[in-house]
Design a binder for this molecule. Sequence first.
Ligand code: SAM
Length: 331
Amino acid sequence: MNMIDPFGRTISYLRVSVTDRCDFRCTYCMAEDMAFLPKKDLLSLEELDRLTTVFVEKGVKKLRLTGGEPLVRKNIMHLVRQISRHLESGALEELTLTTNGSQLSRFAAELADCGVKRINVSLDTLDPQKFHAITRWGNLDRVMAGIDAAQAAGLKVKINAVALKGFNDAELPELMRWAHGRGMDLTVIETMPMGEIDEDRTDQYLPLSLVRAGLERQFTLADIPYKTGGPARYVEVAETGGRLGFITPMTHNFCESCNRVRLTCTGTLYMCLGQDDAADLRAPLRASEGNELVSDAIDEAIGRKPKGHDFIIDRNTSRPAVSRHMSVTGG
Ligand code: SAM
């Protein structure tokens, strides 16, 4: 039953964007005035559960809920609770989520109770004013309270920061010391050309080769083989004793080991974050009560998973590689 793509890669990791809506408007992610997917096209939570269950039956071992902001989807904990039965049965090895942290105070304990062991929290700066500027609508105190609640509930937290030129480059050492001081890994991410935003991505783009070189002037970084099933490559930092991850879709793509596909909240399956090709799973899901049609549609889609993406950010390439925003397929 395993899903194997034309390049021999086994697909064992599904990311599900449960909503493309968000309570933040990060400047590198969204335009301020966004057109969201029509509500009438959304899969219900029951449909999302049914579809994710089909993927689990087809060999998915790791499932990440993302968005938009996954914790702003109405009744999201109902879906988390439903999916957690696959953890109990052993069919699923990990259920996790990527969140901006704004709703964690409310949901952390219940997430832990549903078998979630670790979560990623996106945080690009520790400065309240800069945080408000980059997220447009966010409140740093609320996110900090969310991180406290997650750690108190026993969730392992990893901080994800997008490296942004002239915004947080100078602050990354402090962000790392802070994260490591609280027992959290930090992963830095290169900004990707996805969707039209209100700014020029060339102004924001910071290659992580430069970030690493900068950090190496202050810290001792040792490459380690640590893996979490995602695309990050890790180093251990001697001075802090913590782990630092690098996600480098621009300077070093990681497509050869890609084990992921991405489902949107309207049931569209994207086989690659950086390509437009997609498969509609909503129609086959709704066409019959059995899962055969949707299972066939998934097989057909995996059969055309592309080799990789080819993101480019430079002054000559004004259009994003894909027109959809990151918030449609999630991080
Ligand atoms: N709302 C959740 C959050 O903030 O983590 C989940 C969705 S958000 C789209 C997932 C991750 O994608 C965040 O870490 C965000 O910083 C990152 N992201 C958004 N747009 C990006 C872009 N164009 N390039 C790189 N990372 C991006």
